[in-house]
Design a protein around this ligand. Sequence first.
Ligand SMILES: *Cc1c(COP(=O)(O)O)cnc(C)c1O
Length: 232
Amino acid sequence: MTMIADNLHQVRARLEAACKAAGGDPDMVTLLAVSKTFPAEAVREALAAGQLAFGENYVQEGVDKIEALSDVRAQLQWHCIGPLQSNKTRVVAEHFDWVHSIDRLKIAERLSAQRPAHLPPLQVCLQVNVDGGANKSGVAAADALALAQAVVALPRLRLRGLMAIPEPVDGFDAQRALFLQAREVYEQLREAGIALDTLSLGMSADLEAAVAAGSTMVRVGTAIFGGRPRPA
Ligand SMILES: *Cc1c(COP(=O)(O)O)cnc(C)c1O
């Protein structure tokens, strides 16, 4: 078994245990493999081990990788999970299947207008800033409903849910408490009649706490591909 295959095996076992601990089905949480900073060959190794969904932070790096893997494009699902600037929306709309990091209407409007007609609607999540402070990416919880209502009206996007990246904290209970704030916003939107099925929460260090708080998709990089050569 390659290192990546072995790591994937271990992450899947962690996820399965977390789902069981949360009283759910072992497959209720989707594993997104975050391949940022790793080469296309690492993605191929993960694919060979059965991994189909991949996340990228940096738009150009992601597009280069998607193109290098064009022979297996139909099997793969590519998620853009990094902060998005206006001048990058076209290339994202043209290449990715999902975007997790919508934090303002202008970005959503551009993605909708630029999504090519021959592709299915872009699947999107709003990034919510649940803990304010240092990590300023994301829409404030109080503004999430209004943004969701506006995004739902855009023709070439399909709003699937919310993503959050709380500041790292130590300990399961503290981690879960932050994730539960995102879960609360998610439930508020659903109660307001917005159909959502995706709560993108949890990374290598805190996926158990995220699943305990109701995550439906964890974004795992280091635990699958190893340590990154540069901080990201
Ligand atoms: C890098 C990154 C991840 C993965 O983080 P790990 O700690 O390596 O698992 C998940 N989500 C986002 C938004 C990231 O930037």
